[in-house]
Design a protein around this ligand. Structure first.
Ligand SMILES: [Zn+2]
Length: 294
């Protein structure tokens, strides 16, 4: 059943609140993230979002890294992943422990939205035993069906995915509330109240999704790795072509960028937040859980 309402909001939206922080980081070459940038090392922070929903409680969008990454990459073939990608995460930086420090039990988290299945976005999934997982069918199919031997070549460490993932998954395509946004395309209303709208952003990874949320202060698009640097949107500065080797589809990637550009042009007041572009969100990060800023 498709709703006739536009995703830009004729329905009365629930007031939600947002908190952003990151759990760990990896190092990367600036010249890979943006073609033409100097070949120096930069930190790719692993962003997560906590959304406070008046009825659904705390909803997480991506989890960042966890120290499970180190356990997962102790032996071959995953060890190769750790050779290529230098990851830095301490236990106290894990999203689980950041929530505990704020007085929230990981057992109480019932909803986690997964943008895609790379280790820097799903590192903490196993720390939330009671959560339902929201993701695209395509992303889940690739992650669940790829063999443990070849998963690392697609950025997927199978050991980070809970064994009962499929039983706890809510695939977006099966949600009852769907609508078509003229720019974002098919939009999935996760709770049926317009509070969190998911949409496709494929290319970087198979079946990647982003979400659109609106707090009292602003509209935010969490765009995951649809771009690594906001200049892909604002100045047409794309990654070095070498990274195409690791992308699921360069054509889809470019189409997702065009979609976000068109959205930003139409809605200049909306803030696009790529997961690893610190310039986009460093001023939004609070050291402790705080829903009053965003
Ligand atoms: Zn990432």
């Amino acid at each position: 059943m498709a709703s006739t309402n536009s995703s830009t909001g004729s329905k009365r939206m629930k007031t939600i609140r947002l908190y952003l922080n990151y759990a760990g980081y990896c190092t990367a070459k600036a010249s890979h993230a943006v073609k033409g940038d100097p070949p120096k090392d930069i930190h790719f922070k692993a962003l997560f979002a906590v959304i406070q929903h008046p009825e659904k409680g705390y909803v997480i969008f991506d989890t960042g890294y966890s120290t499970n990454f180190y356990k997962s990459t102790r032996s071959f073939p995953n060890k190769i992943y750790a050779w290529i990608t230098k990851v830095f995460i301490k236990e106290k930086e894990e999203i689980k422990n950041q929530l505990i420090a704020a007085g929230i039990s990981p057992n109480d988290i019932e909803h986690i939205i997964v943008s895609h299945f790379h280790a820097d976005h799903i590192g903490g999934l196993k720390d939330f035993p009671n959560a339902r997982f929201y993701c695209s069918t395509k992303a889940a199919n690739q992650a669940l069906e790829i063999s443990a031997l070849t998963g690392f070549s697609k950025g997927i460490l199978k050991t980070l995915i809970p064994n009962d993932f499929h039983l706890r998954a809510q695939y977006l395509e099966e949600l009852p509330c769907q609508e078509i946004d003229p720019i974002l395309g098919k939009v999935y209303d996760i709770f049926g109240d317009s509070s969190i709208l998911a949409f496709h952003l494929p290319g970087h990874a198979a079946g990647q999704i982003g979400i659109k949320i609106q707090t009292e202060k602003r509209t935010y698009l969490m765009v995951a790795d649809a771009c690594w640097d906001q200049r892909a949107i604002t100045q047409n500065k794309l990654p070095n072509p070498i990274v195409r080797l690791f992308f699921d589809s360069w054509k889809d990637y470019q189409e997702s960028i065009q979609k976000l550009k068109a959205y930003q042009q139409q809605y200049p007041e909306a803030l696009l937040i790529p997961s690893h572009c610190l310039d986009s969100y460093h001023s939004l990060i609070q050291p402790q859980l705080n829903f009053d800023v965003l």
